[in-house]
Design a protein. Structure first.
Length: 272
C-alpha cells in the first residue's frame, strides 16, 4: 500500500474524484433546489412550482454521464461510495484507494452543498437536497428501496466496465447515467433517492440533520456489494485465481501504475 500511496497517478485519481463530485452534486442538487424558486406568472403574481421528478432525475443522470466522460480515464469516475465498494469487492481497486475515494467523494459533496447553500439561501425551508422518508414509508421500506435502486446501478457499472466484454459499442458513461436517472425516477417519491451515500452525507452535514441518515449508507452499500458479488461469482464468474485477484487489495491494479514503467498510465472507463 505504501508504494501505491507514493504514485502521482494515485493522487490524480483521488483529486479527480473530489473535483468531479463537486460538479456532480452542484449540478444535480442545484437542479432539485432550483424548482423551489418562485417564478412570476403572466399576471405578475408569484407562484410556486411542484417538484419535477423527470427534470431532477435527468439532471442526476446527465451529470454522472458528463463527469464519467470527463474523469473516467483518470479515476474510473466512481463518484459514489457504493460503486467504490462494488469495485473493491470485484478486486478492481486497492483498499487504500477505496478509502481515499470515499473520503474524497464525501468532502466533494460537502463542498458542493455548501456552495449551493449560499446560492439558494433565499429558498424558504431549504433542506439542501436532504434525503428523507416520505409520509407512510417506514425505515425498513426505505432501506429496501435504496438497496434495490443501488443494486441496479452497481450491476450496470460492473457489467459495462467488465474488461472481458467486447460487445459494447455504445457510450458507457451514458449507460451509467441512464441507470442513475432510472434509480431516481423510482426512488424519489419514497426516499428522495439516496443511492449515493456521499451525496446524502453532504446534504445532511449542511442541513445539520442526520435523521434516518443510516438508511442512505446501509442501503446503498448492501445493494452495491450484492451486485458486485453476484455479477463476479454467479452471472459472469472469473477464471483467475481468487488469491491472485485479492492481491489487488494491497497492491492495486498493475496496469494502473506500472504499465511499461509509466507512472502516468491511466485506468480507462471502457472495456479492454
Amino acid at each position: 500500500m505504501a508504494s501505491e500511496f507514493k504514485k502521482k497517478a494515485f493522487w490524480r485519481a483521488v483529486i479527480a474524484e473530489f473535483l468531479a463530485m463537486i460538479m456532480f452534486v452542484f449540478i444535480s442538487i442545484g437542479a432539485a433546489l432550483g424548482i423551489s424558486f418562485p417564478i412570476p406568472s403572466p399576471l405578475n403574481e408569484t407562484n410556486g412550482r411542484t417538484q419535477d421528478i423527470v427534470k431532477v432525475s435527468l439532471a442526476f443522470g446527465l451529470a454522472i454521464a458528463t463527469m464519467a466522460q470527463s474523469v473516467g480515464h483518470i479515476s474510473g469516475a466512481h463518484l459514489n461510495p457504493a460503486v467504490t465498494l462494488g469495485c473493491l469487492l470485484s478486486c478492481q481497486i486497492s483498499i487504500l484507494k477505496a478509502i481515499m475515494y470515499i473520503i474524497a467523494q464525501c468532502l466533494g459533496a460537502v463542498v458542493a452543498t455548501a456552495i449551493l447553500s449560499g446560492i439558494t439561501s433565499s429558498v424558504e425551508g431549504n433542506s439542501f437536497g436532504l434525503n428523507s422518508l416520505s409520509a407512510g414509508v417506514s425505515a425498513g421500506q426505505g432501506l429496501g428501496v435504496e438497496i434495490m435502486v443501488t443494486f441496479q446501478l452497481v450491476l450496470c457499472v460492473v457489467a459495462v466496465t467488465d474488461r472481458r466484454r467486447h460487445d459494447i459499442s455504445g457510450s458507457i458513461p451514458l449507460a451509467i447515467g441512464l441507470s442513475v436517472a432510472l434509480g431516481h425516477l423510482i426512488a424519489i417519491d419514497y426516499t428522495g433517492c439516496g443511492m449515493n451515500p456521499a451525496r446524502s452525507f453532504g446534504s445532511a452535514v449542511i442541513a445539520k440533520n442526520f435523521q434516518h441518515h443510516w438508511i442512505f449508507w446501509v442501503g446503498p452499500m448492501i445493494g452495491g456489494a450484492a451486485a458486485a458479488i453476484i455479477y463476479d461469482f454467479i452471472l459472469a464468474p472469473r477464471t483467475s485465481d481468487l488469491t491472485d485477484r485479492l492481491k489487488v487489495w494491497t497492491n492495486g491494479q498493475v496496469e494502473e501504475y506500472e504499465l511499461d514503467g509509466d507512472d502516468n498510465a491511466r485506468m480507462e472507463m471502457k472495456p479492454k
